[in-house]
Unconditional design. Structure first.
Ligand code: NAD
Length: 274
């Protein structure tokens, strides 16, 4: 049964019976104003991290931070940043260092979905999806990795998708971008394995977020009717909750996963096991 409403909330009351794996650590979450990013912000805050939410949508980011503070999680800041623009990412990382003097966890989460077969997707739509879903993972990591190298380590989690593991219909640009994120995850994991930076990815099946709701209408369905179809596709018989994706991110970013790097972890209710 679904217990969340797609807003990215969840994970219980602030700090409720959570271990504090991120005490003293600083985390940057791109696309943190909504969905999986917002749920992960809540989870990492509950576990003791200072969290910076960076999002294209400044108003939503401010609202998300205010909501988290209302839940008793004060150590959160919201910054507007378009993760496709190098100068904005550079300024964001400089601001984090001026505020916190370190950066331990990067969750490359910002993403968009636009349906289409190759003959339907125009050049702008192709570039937009590859830009937000793949190039940004390079770009944000490009500015964050030097900080992690300097401080002796860190953990990066990329938000790929089951679309990095199996193909999907009418999603050519999305699958291409997420497939690239999967391979970038493995390549970065190898490059930094001996220098204290672990790089892993989550590969979610359908998660009940605002992106899912938009995706439903984009393909001509209501969220309710699309949910029914997706229940069939996910062996556990339901789609996922933002908090379930957030729990996987928290695990990969924590020292509990100290021997994991280069992993593409399905968080998909068995979708990719079929
Ligand atoms: N929801 C799913 O079913 C699902 C499944 C697999 C993977 N994912 C991936 O999870 C990630 C988060 O998805 P979600 O479902 O939480 O979506 P969402 O739409 O709820 O949140 C995405 C956030 O990214 C932000 N964003 C978009 N473009 C940006 C940019 N250029 N710069 C900065 N921020 C930007 C949006 O403003 C939004 O707040 C995406 O990468 C998505 O591809 C989602």
């Amino acid at each position: 049964m679904q217990t969340e409403d797609g807003t990215g909330k969840g994970g219980g009351e602030a700090g409720a019976s959570r271990c504090r794996r991120f005490e003293g650590k600083v985390a940057l979450i791109t696309g943190g104003a909504s969905g999986i990013g917002l749920a992960t912000a809540g989870r990492l805050l509950e576990e003791g991290a200072a969290v910076v939410i960076a999002d294209l949508d400044s108003e939503a980011a401010q609202a998300a931070a205010a909501e988290l503070k209302d839940r008793g999680l004060p150590d959160v800041a919201a910054r507007r940043c378009d993760v496709t623009r190098g100068a904005e990412v550079e300024a964001l990382v400089a601001w984090i260092l001026s505020e916190h003097e370190r950066l331990d966890v990067l969750f490359n989460n910002a993403g968009i979905y636009e349906p289409g077969e190759v003959h339907e997707i125009d050049e702008e739509a192709w570039d937009r999806q590859i830009g937000v879903n793949l190039r940004s993972v390079y770009l944000v990591s490009h500015h964050v990795v030097p900080v992690m190298l300097e401080q002796g380590g860190g953990a990066i989690v990329n938000n790929a998708s089951v679309a990095a593991l199996v193909g999907d219909f009418k999603s050519a640009a999305y699958c291409t971008g997420k497939g690239g994120v999967g391979m970038l995850t493995r390549a970065m994991a190898l490059d930094y394995a001996k220098r204290g930076i672990r790089v892993n990815a989550i590969c979610c099946g359908e998660i009940d977020t605002p992106l899912f709701v938009r995706e439903s209408y984009q393909i001509g369905l209501t969220p309710e009717s699309y949910r029914e179809i997706l229940y069939e596709a996910h062996p556990v018989g339901r789609i996922g909750l933002p908090s379930e994706a957030a729990a996987a991110v928290a695990y990969l970013a924590s020292d509990d996963a100290s021997f994991l790097t280069g992993v593409l972890l399905p968080v998909d209710g068995g979708y990719s096991a079929v």
